[in-house]
Design a protein around this ligand. Structure first.
Ligand code: PLP
Length: 362
């Protein structure tokens, strides 16, 4: 059956590079769904994927890379279970700038004390100025979400923690820009946005942070166990790891994280420029200092959104093959996700439609 070409602007699972998604022969020749995770062939896949990850992010030797199940949400539990006991107080600092850091903070509260380092925000449209944060010097770690996928809030800086271990959820901007891994205690990211399909979550952790898990930590979430077993304590998400390897290869062949950043700046500017020049026809609620390059949320017609017009916008986009542009159910409106695999041409198609729609309806 011939498939209609569509452009997926979804927040995740998201678009894969064409070289990965359009080559089903890969699956037959190089990946056998029945292959044992303890076989030499699968080990080659695992080694290749880890090698590419290390190369692309220049990961120092004293960091372990793990490929785990349980998603980003699993890490909301695994992080405190493994790290909140690093210091006696069992306290962790959280910066809460959107749905995902809010969920992570709530989960961590089950295992220790959580200090939200700033007053509660009325809306998730900005990052409170770090000079106003109250960090606790005896915290076991400081946690933040580098890109809030639902609200489109992204950090353009790395928080300063005065020596306290820094932990970041990079699920939705992983490998979309360079990052200095050596400045972090732990980084995690679900694959299904920038580096593959659903099922696998990468955890990059500094070795000296292993071995501090709380005694109630489930063994599959224990970093020390998983790191010692090379992510093979239990059956790993084999297929998702294989796909991640292909996507990492694609990133490498296309210039690595620096080249991804150049493209992501170009693509997101294209959309924000239209919003900014639209005289309020399109409105992005996020402060200009922290607008995400990955997820661009906007309303159509008026500030709070004209729902009928937004429905028409989505229908028009869909007719042109542009799908999954509907905003998150908690925010409404539109959200264009422009992950690595979304091309400049894809983004131009969306930009063209936005201009056309505005001309018709303004
Ligand atoms: N963190 C971020 C930034 C996310 O965008 C998501 C999901 O979209 C999650 C965590 C949760 O990931 P999962 O659904 O894989 O548990």
């Amino acid at each position: 059956m011939e498939q209609k070409q569509t452009i997926n602007f979804g927040a995740g699972p998201a678009k894969l590079p064409q070289s990965v998604s359009l080559e089903p022969h890969h699956f037959l020749i190089l990946f056998q769904p029945e292959m044992s995770h303890r076989s030499a062939d699968f080990n080659k896949i695992l080694d290749k994927t880890e090698g590419l990850m290390r190369e692309l992010l220049n990961i120092p030797e004293n960091y372990k890379v793990m490929f785990l199940q349980g998603g980003g949400s699993g890490q909301f539990s695994a992080v405190p279970l493994n790290l909140i006991g690093l210091k006696e107080d069992r306290c962790a600092d959280y910066v809460v700038t959107g749905t995902w850091s809010e969920k992570a903070a709530k989960e961590a509260g089950k295992y220790g004390k959580v200090n939200i380092v700033h007053p509660k925000l009325d809306s998730y449209t900005k990052i409170p100025d770090p000079s106003s944060w109250t960090l606790n010097p005896s915290a076991s770690y400081v946690y933040y979400c580098c890109n809030e996928t639902v609200h489109g809030v992204e950090y353009n800086f790395r928080p300063e923690t005065n020596g306290v271990v820094l932990v970041s959820d990079m699920s939705s901007n992983f490998l979309s820009r360079p990052v200095d891994v050596s400045k972090f205690g732990l980084i995690f990211a679900g694959a299904q946005k920038n580096v593959g399909c659903a099922g696998v979550t990468v955890v990059i952790v500094r070795e000296d942070l292993l071995g501090h898990a709380l005694k109630e930590c489930p063994i599959v979430l224990d970093y020390k166990v998983q790191a010692a077993m090379n992510s093979l304590y239990n059956t790993p998400p084999c297929f998702s790891i294989y796909i991640m390897g292909l996507v990492l290869e694609w990133i490498k062949n296309n210039g690595g994280s620096a080249a991804m950043e150049t493209l992501n700046k170009q693509k997101s500017s294209m959309i924000y420029d239209i919003i900014n020049a639209s005289n309020g026809f399109y409105e992005c609620p996020v402060d200009v200092t922290c607008r995400s390059r990955m997820n661009v949320p906007f309303r159509v017609g008026k500030k709070e959104g004209d729902e009928a017009l937004e429905k028409e916008f989505l229908a028009g986009a869909s007719k042109r093959g542009m799908i999954s542009l509907k905003g998150h159910r908690s925010t409404g409106g539109i959200r264009a996700s422009l992950y690595n695999a979304v091309t400049v041409e894809d983004t131009e198609a969306l930009a063209g439609f936005m201009k056309e729609f505005m001309k018709e309806h303004q």
